[in-house]
Design a protein around this ligand. Structure first.
Ligand SMILES: Nc1nc2c(ncn2[C@@H]2O[C@H](COP(=O)(O)OP(=O)(O)OP(=O)(O)O)[C@@H](O)[C@H]2O)c(=O)[nH]1
Ligand SMILES: [Mg+2]
Length: 271
C-alpha cells in the first residue's frame, strides 16, 4: 500500500452492485496480491444503488485503510458508469479492473502487471470456465462470449480474446487517450478495447480460470441487446471517421497482438 507521500503505482478498481456476499473476500485477495507485488497501491471500491450491505462493507474497508477509497451513487447506474467513476479517481500509473464477485482470481494481479511490459493493456482471458455449483463449464456463456468476439472481429477487423473479461490491466496513458468514454453498462469493455486498438495501443492476454459463482447481475435479454446496439452505433461512428470524440487517423493500423501464454515471467522493469 502507499503511505501518504508515496507515489501510487497501481490502482485497483472494483465496481460492485449488491456484492455483500463476496466483496470483502475479493478485496482481501486483491490486497494480498498487491502486497506480494510490492509496489505502492490504492484500491477504489465503487457501488451505485446497491440495496444490500455493500455500501456499509465498502465504508468499513475504506475507514480501515488510507489506501482504500469508497465511491457511492444513490441510483443503479451500471457497471460502465462505475468503471468511469473509478477511472476519474484512480491515481496509479497502472489501473487494474477486477469484478467484485470473486469469479476472477485476484492472485493473478501480479501476472497481469508483469505482462504489461511491451503492452498497453493486458486482458485476463478466460481459458478455463468452471461452474462452482457442478464443476462444469457454463457452455452457453462460452458460446455467447465467442459469438460476441466474432461479431467484433467482423465489424472492426480486430481479433480479441474475451473482450468481456472483468479482469484487465491498463496503462494510465491508454485511459487518458480514449476519453471520453460514454458507456454506462456492460458494453464499456468493448468501448475501451475498440477505442484503444484504433489508437494503436497494444493488447496482450494471459490465460486465467474463471469460476462462475451464480447471482449474475446480467439481464440475459436486455444486456446483450444493449451491447449489440452499442456495437452498431460505434460501427456507424467509425464509418463516419470518428468514434465519439476521437478522430480516427485514416492511416491507422490495428496492432493486434495475441499472446496466449502461461509463461508470464516478463522482467519487472517498469511496474
Ligand atoms: N457499479 C456497478 N457494478 C455493477 C453493476 N452491475 C454489475 N456490476 C458489477 O460488475 C461486475 C460484473 O457483474 P456480473 O453480474 O458478475 O456480470 P458478469 O461477470 O459479466 O457476468 P456473469 O458471468 O453472469 O457473472 C460485478 O462486480 C458486479 O457487482 C452496476 O449496475 N453498477
Ligand atoms: Mg460475474
Amino acid at each position: 500500500m502507499a503511505d501518504g507521500a508515496e507515489k501510487i503505482v497501481v490502482s485497483v478498481i472494483m465496481p460492485a452492485y449488491n456484492e455483500e456476499q463476496r466483496l470483502e473476500a475479493c478485496f482481501d485477495g486483491v490486497v494480498e496480491a498487491l502486497e506480494r507485488h510490492g509496489k505502492p497501491f490504492e484500491v477504489i471500491l465503487e457501488e451505485d444503488g446497491s440495496t444490500d450491505k455493500t455500501p456499509e462493507i465498502m465504508d468499513r474497508l475504506a475507514a480501515n485503510g488510507s489506501f482504500v477509497k469508497a465511491l457511492h451513487f444513490p441510483r443503479r447506474m451500471g457497471k460502465g458508469f462505475g468503471i468511469r467513476k473509478c477511472f476519474e479517481n484512480a491515481r496509479g500509473e497502472y489501473i487494474v479492473l477486477i469484478d467484485s464477485d470473486m469469479e476472477y482470481p485476484p492472485e493473478k494481479i501480479p501476472d497481469l502487471l508483469n505482462t504489461i511490459n511491451g503492452h498497453d493493456i493486458v486482458v485476463g482471458s478466460r481459458s478455463t470456465w468452471i461452474n462452482r455449483k457442478n464443476g462444469n463449464t457454463k457452455i452457453v456463456r462460452v458460446i455467447m462470449n465467442r459469438l460476441y468476439g466474432l461479431l467484433i472481429r467482423s465489424l472492426f477487423g480486430v481479433e480479441l480474446q474475451d473482450i468481456q473479461s472483468g479482469f484487465k490491466a491498463f496503462r494510465r496513458r491508454v485511459i487518458e487517450a480514449i476519453q471520453p468514454l460514454t458507456s454506462d453498462g456492460f458494453e464499456i469493455d468493448s468501448e475501451i478495447l475498440i477505442k484503444a486498438l484504433r489508437r494503436g495501443f497494444r493488447v496482450g492476454f494471459i490465460p486465467i480460470t474463471y469460476t462462475y459463482k451464480g447471482n449474475s447481475k446480467v439481464n440475459v435479454f436486455r444486456d446483450p441487446f444493449k451491447m449489440f446496439l452499442s456495437v452498431i452505433k460505434w460501427k456507424i461512428s467509425v464509418h463516419f471517421g470518428e468514434v465519439k470524440g476521437i478522430k480516427i487517423n485514416p492511416n491507422f493500423k490495428v496492432i493486434n497482438e495475441i499472446e496466449l501464454t502461461t509463461n508470464c515471467s516478463v522482467p519487472k522493469t517498469d511496474t
